[in-house]
Design a protein around this ligand. Structure first.
Ligand code: SF4
Length: 277
C-alpha cells in the first residue's frame, strides 16, 4: 500500500481486468502509463503529481472499458492520410460510408487527394467525381470552403493546422460554412489529433436509451459529460467513438437487439450503482 504526495488516495493494486497498458501508450500519455488504482474508491491516480485524479466508477469510462474488452481496438479513422480524413469527414455528412468510399476512390483515381489539387480544381469538374457521396453540389461547396480557410489561414498545410491551439482552431472551423460540431470535431480528433470527443447520432441514441441524457440534449452538454468522465487522451476518444459506432451498427440499431447486446449487463450494473448511490 502506498500514499502519493498530495494525494488522499490509498494505492493498492491494479485489478486484473484493467488493461490500461493496451491503450495508454501514445506519446504524451506517459504520465498515466504507470497509473495505479485504488480498489476501494475506484479512482485512478496520476502518480506524477499532476493532480488529475480520475474517477474509475465513472459510468462513461466503465462502458468504454467493457466495449474495448469486447471489440478490441478499432484503429479509426479508415484513411491513408490526414487530408483524406478531412475530406471523408465532410463527405460523410448525411450519407452512408460506402458512398463516401466510392467518392474517395474517384479522388484517388484522378490523383486529386491533396489540398493543393483539390483547391485548384473547379467546382464543376469536381461534381461528377464526388457524386457518389450524395448532395455533391453542397459537398463541393463545403470542401472548397474548408480549403479556402486552410489556404488563407494556414498556408494549405496540415502541419500548420496541427500546430494551432485546439480552442482557436475549433472556433475558426465552426465559422466555415457547412462545418458543424460533429464534422469539426471529427477532423480535429482524427486528422489533427486534438483531444476532443465526437458526439454523433449513435452516441445520442445509445446513451439516451439508458437515460444518461435526453436524445435532444445540446451537443456541447453531451460532449462535456463525456470529456469530464474520461482521461484526456486522443487515443481513448478515437477508440471510444469508433466503438460506439460499432455497437450501434451491430446491436443498438433503430430497433435495438438488447437481448443479444454485450453491453446490456454493463448498462444495468451501472444503473444499479447509480440508483444505490
Ligand atoms: S442494444 Fe445494447 S446498448 Fe442499445 S439499448 Fe439495448 S442494451 Fe442498450
Amino acid at each position: 500500500m502506498r500514499r502519493y504526495k498530495n494525494s488522499k488516495l490509498l494505492i493498492i493494486k491494479k485489478p486484473k481486468d484493467f488493461n490500461c497498458d493496451n491503450f495508454f501508450t501514445e506519446k504524451g500519455c506517459k504520465d498515466i502509463i504507470n497509473l495505479k488504482l485504488c480498489t476501494k474508491k475506484h479512482r485512478i491516480l496520476y502518480p506524477n503529481n499532476s493532480q488529475k485524479n480520475y474517477d474509475l466508477s465513472s459510468p462513461i469510462f466503465a462502458i468504454y472499458q467493457k466495449l474495448y474488452d469486447y471489440y478490441g481496438p478499432q484503429n479509426w479513422w479508415p484513411a491513408e492520410s490526414d487530408f483524406e480524413v478531412i475530406v471523408g469527414a465532410i463527405l460523410t455528412q448525411n450519407t452512408a460510408w460506402q458512398n463516401v468510399e466510392k467518392a474517395i476512390q474517384n479522388l484517388k483515381t484522378y490523383n486529386l487527394l491533396t489540398p493543393q489539387k483539390l483547391w485548384a480544381i473547379s467546382e464543376k469538374k469536381l461534381y461528377p467525381i464526388i457524386k457518389p457521396s450524395g448532395f455533391y453540389r453542397l459537398k463541393t461547396k463545403r470542401l472548397k470552403a474548408f480549403l479556402d480557410f486552410m489556404f488563407k489561414k494556414y498556408d494549405g498545410s496540415i502541419s500548420n493546422l496541427k500546430n494551432q491551439k485546439l480552442s482557436i482552431l475549433r472556433k475558426e472551423m465552426l465559422e466555415i460554412s457547412g462545418i458543424g460540431e460533429e464534422t469539426a470535431d471529427s477532423i480535429l480528433l482524427y486528422a489533427l489529433k486534438k483531444p476532443v470527443f465526437v458526439i454523433d447520432a449513435y452516441t445520442r441514441r445509445t446513451f439516451s436509451r439508458h437515460n444518461f441524457f435526453d436524445y435532444n440534449t445540446a451537443y456541447s452538454k453531451i460532449q462535456e459529460i463525456f470529456m469530464r468522465q474520461l482521461p484526456k487522451s486522443v487515443k481513448i476518444y478515437q477508440e471510444y467513438h469508433a466503438l460506439l459506432v460499432k455497437l450501434a451498427k451491430d446491436y443498438c440499431q433503430t430497433k435495438p437487439k438488447c437481448s443479444k447486446c454485450p453491453m446490456q449487463h454493463q448498462f444495468l450494473k451501472i444503473r444499479n450503482v447509480l440508483i444505490n448511490k
